[in-house]
Every structure is written in C-alpha cells, then in structure tokens.
Design a binder for this molecule. Structure first.
Ligand SMILES: [Ca+2]
Ligand SMILES: [Ca+2]
Length: 231
C-alpha cells in the first residue's frame, strides 16, 4: 500500500498481519491536509484483493476503513481525495510572560510559550515538522522526538533555547507570528498577532475554534474561558 499525491498517510494500521485465502483485513488510516483516502487494488489474478466500500468514523472524519479479501500477495494503492481532512492547531500562546511557569525542568522560568492541539484520535509524531516565528522562513526550527498525543495538548517553550520542547526564538508581544508546518513544508496552522499585554494569553476558543483573547492561561489543557471575540 503506497501513499500517493501530496497528502501523506500518517498512520496506517491493519487488524492482522497475515491473511489466509479469502480472509479479510480491516485497514484504518489517518490522512492530513485535505486528504480523503480511498482504496483501489491492482490485483494479481486469481484471489486478487477487492476493495470494499470506504467509510469514515469519528467526529473529525479523519479515519476510514476498508474491507479487502485476497491471497496475501496483493498490493493496493491509496489515492488521496478532496474531502476529509485532519489538522493540528496552534491553540494558545503567550508572548510576554512574567508569572506563568511552563518549563517542566525549571519552575522558576517564565518563557514565552505556544500550545499545540491534536484533536484527532491518533498520536502524531512531530519529528520532522517545523515551526517558525517568521512565516517567510518555514524551516526555522525542526522538531524532533516529540509526540503530540491523540486529543492532547503540547506546550512548546519559545525561550531562545534548543532541545526537546525548547525553540530557538522568542515571541514579541508587540507583534509576531507563529507557524507549524508538516515535514513537506505544508502549513498546518499559522497565526499572527499584535499588541499582547504582559501575561495576556491568546488562542482559540473553543479549542481549534476562532482566535480570541483568553481570560486565563491553560497551557497543556483545554481552553475554557474566552475574553473577547475574534479580532
Ligand atoms: Ca516575548
Ligand atoms: Ca490551553
């Protein structure tokens, strides 16, 4: 099974590894960036696999399943389509921070920070994804060895340091930007902002929703209180 086109398949699982003749395997996948996978089968004669009807599960419409039968020698192909999509979000950030402890290794530090959110039902390995505070330089920093768990929140520290969740730049409260890009450089989410007060937190309300000012910071947790409408 080979992902084709621009939209990658991030997770592909089957409910069994070995198939007996005429047995069935259920495949599940997670695609991103406007990709709606469908199954086609190249076949190889007698006992060739046949693609079943593709379907979707879950509220985000990001997974599909497909029943196939075959002789264990078949190969198939996933063809991206236009409808289903999956996203990671820049969910919350603080560009001037004087009292919020968010560094697990330094409770006295109060760095700028950015919260990412993964609303999907799959863990996403962020290795190779890039982040930047300059939307004209999308590969400013490449993430490594970080997983954004299914339904989870991840706090990155914009503290001009490197390694793990640290980023080699800070955010300017007078106006700045933040972008998250997949390993192919395709934007997953981008935000721009101006004039944030000290300890002012901005983000999406509800999670993954419109950009607002938030009345209290919730790094690593759901955004539960909005202060102002979209601006
Ligand atoms: Ca700052
Ligand atoms: Ca939050």
């Amino acid at each position: 099974m080979t992902p084709t086109g621009l939209a990658p398949i991030w997770v592909l699982t089957g409910d069994r590894v070995l198939l007996d003749t005429r047995s069935t395997v259920v495949l599940a996948w997670l695609a991103t960036l406007g990709c709606a996978p469908s199954i086609s089968d190249e076949g190889d004669g007698a006992g060739a696999a046949s693609a079943g009807t593709t379907g979707t599960t879950g509220t985000t419409g990001t997974t599909g399943s497909d029943g196939t039968t075959g002789d264990g020698n078949d190969t198939g192909e996933v063809t991206p389509g236009p409808e289903q999509s999956f996203r990671l979000y820049i969910n919350e950030w603080m560009a001037s921070n004087s009292d919020q402890a968010v560094d697990p290794d330094d409770p006295d530090a109060t760095p700028d920070w950015v919260e990412l959110h993964n609303p999907s039902e799959f863990d996403i390995d962020l290795t190779g994804w890039t982040v930047t505070d300059d939307l004209g330089d999308v590969r400013k920093h490449t993430l490594a060895d970080i997983t954004l768990s299914a339904g989870g929140f991840l706090v990155l520290l914009a503290d001009d340091q490197t390694g793990g969740i640290h980023l080699p730049f800070k955010l300017s409260a007078e106006g700045d930007a933040f972008g998250l890009y997949d390993p192919d450089g395709v934007p997953a989410d981008r935000v721009e902002f101006t004039n944030l007060d000290d300890n002012q937190v901005a983000g999406r309300y509800p999670d993954d929703g419109p950009l607002v000012l938030l009345s209290m910071p919730t790094p690593g947790a759901t955004n539960d209180t909005a202060e102002a409408m979209e601006r």
